[in-house]
Design a binder for this molecule. Structure first.
Ligand SMILES: NC(=O)c1ccc[n+]([C@@H]2O[C@H](COP(=O)([O-])OP(=O)(O)OC[C@H]3O[C@@H](n4cnc5c(N)ncnc54)[C@H](O)[C@@H]3O)[C@@H](O)[C@H]2O)c1
Length: 186
């Protein structure tokens, strides 16, 4: 029968290996020559950790009211829906700074429909976290509306994805460390 001293030595070695893996994850984030990790989880798993609230505006909403809504809910983007529920674009903080503030337009006189981003990128609940990260990086967008069929079901931000990836990696590493150290009954 192995001695408890032997088990401790084995566990310590594995904990060291797990720390090394954690360091590798950190190196992967900074070393551009390393290919990104595969993240095969669907975006629905990110949405399920958020509240169901989804803030949208109509094209005839004034920019002033839209940025007020963003400030109230501490968000940086609003999907724009027509009266029949069709997604016609997205209005973001970037649209405001570049197309209203910098152009010297009045936010009380400009309607969201005049300056929204109509060339819209959307994802489905089945698209993976990795797909969404790639879309955001390649197209330099920070928000992706999630559409199931024709229905707008949510929105994910770059912050959601970064938080989700960090918490998923940490949870997996901690669970393995606990398992190796004998903290998980099995
Ligand atoms: N330093 C970094 O690496 C880093 C990375 C990402 C974000 N940030 C910063 O963190 C802050 C938050 O950014 P963010 O990417 O989470 O964007 P955000 O502020 O727009 O989103 C905050 C939260 O609100 C949600 N949300 C956004 N629009 C919504 C809407 N219309 N209806 C319902 N929910 C909505 C998002 O899904 C997210 O959960 C920003 O200041 C950003 O610049 C920093």
């Amino acid at each position: 029968m192995p001695s408890s001293q032997g088990n401790d030595g084995w566990a310590s070695k594995f904990i060291l290996v797990m720390r090394q893996i954690r360091l590798e994850f950190q190196r992967e984030r900074t070393d551009k020559s390393i290919k990104p990790m595969k993240i095969p989880y669907p975006i629905s798993s990110v949405l399920s950790q958020k509240t169901d609230a989804l803030w949208c505006v109509a094209p005839d909403t004034t920019v002033f009211n839209a940025i007020g809504l963003m400030a109230t809910h501490n968000i940086g983007a609003l999907p724009v829906q027509s009266a029949d529920g069709r997604l016609v674009g997205i209005f973001t903080e970037r649209d405001y700074t570049r197309k209203v503030a910098l152009q010297g337009k009045s936010s009380k006189e400009t309607r969201v429909g005049e300056i929204l981003t109509a060339n819209l990128m959307t994802v489905t609940p089945e698209d993976t976290v990795e797909d969404c990260m790639r879309l955001m990086t390649e197209n330099r967008v920070r928000h992706l509306p999630v559409v199931a069929g024709t229905k707008l079901t949510g929105i994910v931000s770059i912050g959601d994805l970064v938080n989700w990836i960090i918490s998923t990696q940490n949870a997996a590493i901690e669970q393995m460390e606990q398992y190796i150290a004998g903290g998980v009954a099995g």
